[in-house]
Design a binder for this molecule. Structure first.
Ligand SMILES: *Cc1c(COP(=O)(O)O)cnc(C)c1O
Length: 241
């Protein structure tokens, strides 16, 4: 257990909620709402349960397989859970992902878009989609390049008629995040997309300044992850090689 370990899930949830409220109050033009996506990757069900029992319903996971081991039972018990996929999605996992997730935040390439379309047609299930933008143009990171975003957004939404609700980004860890959040906000505005997923434990207050509707917070809620093995570098949404 690290010293960052929150004293209790209740205290941690209240503290993060208070920080969100404060950042929204200080923002000149905050989004109409900011939803806390509680990122439970790397934590077992026993850590998630108390947060669910406190009434929190929106959660994020990075890996389809890990989520499938943890969430079907919780979703049966709490049908109003909203589960977000925030890690890279391989096309061979699309079927499982569409079944389990209510929101997929990491749409980033044509092959994945067509696979999602096919699965949507087959099942009638249609998770809300965010397009992930690689705002820092980092070669190892998932996401469409900013210059390709307008074409990709238009194609997914207007040609494929996929339910694209917004954009998501993960800024480079070694740069100030604000310019990246500003870029994502502008892209979303230009395309009339209402949702913006940006901001993690270290920078969600800044993201709220730039209109975040969804902040993805793990460590500040759950403490250090237990299973930070190969997954540690997933934090930055790296492409899985
Ligand atoms: C793990 C992860 C988070 C949460 O990160 P924390 O720093 O623990 O808050 C947010 N977004 C993505 C895409 C992640 O992979």
């Amino acid at each position: 257990m690290s010293s960052l370990e929150p004293s209790s899930p209740a205290a941690a949830l209240a503290a993060v909620a208070a920080r969100i409220d404060k950042a929204r109050a200080a923002a000149i033009r905050p989004a109409p709402f900011t939803t806390l996506v509680a990122v439970s990757k790397g934590h077992g069900p026993e850590r998630v349960r108390p947060v669910l029992e406190m009434g929190h319903r929106v959660f994020g996971e990075s890996r389809v397989q890990e989520a499938n081991a943890k969430w079907p039972a919780f979703k049966l018990a709490h049908p109003d859970v909203e589960l977000h996929l925030i890690g890279p999605l391989q096309t061979n996992k699309v079927r499982e992902a569409v079944q389990l997730f209510d929101v997929i935040q990491t749409l980033d390439r044509p092959k994945l878009a067509t696979a999602l379309k096919t699965e949507q047609a087959r099942t009638g299930r249609s998770p809300t989609l965010f397009i992930q933008v690689n705002t820092g143009e980092e070669p190892q990171k998932a996401g469409v390049a900013p210059q390709d975003a307008p074409g990709f957004i238009a194609w997914c939404r207007d040609e494929l008629e996929l339910p694209v609700g917004g954009l998501m980004c993960i800024p480079p860890i070694d740069e100030p995040p604000a310019p990246h959040f500003a870029l994502l906000q502008k892209l979303a505005r230009d395309h009339g997309l209402p949702l913006l997923s940006m901001g993690m434990s270290d920078d969600f207050e800044t993201a709220i300044k730039f209109g975040a509707t969804h902040v993805r917070v793990g460590t500040a809620l759950f403490g250090a992850r237990e299973t930070e093995t190969a997954a540690s570098h997933d934090v930055a949404g790296m492409v899985q090689k």
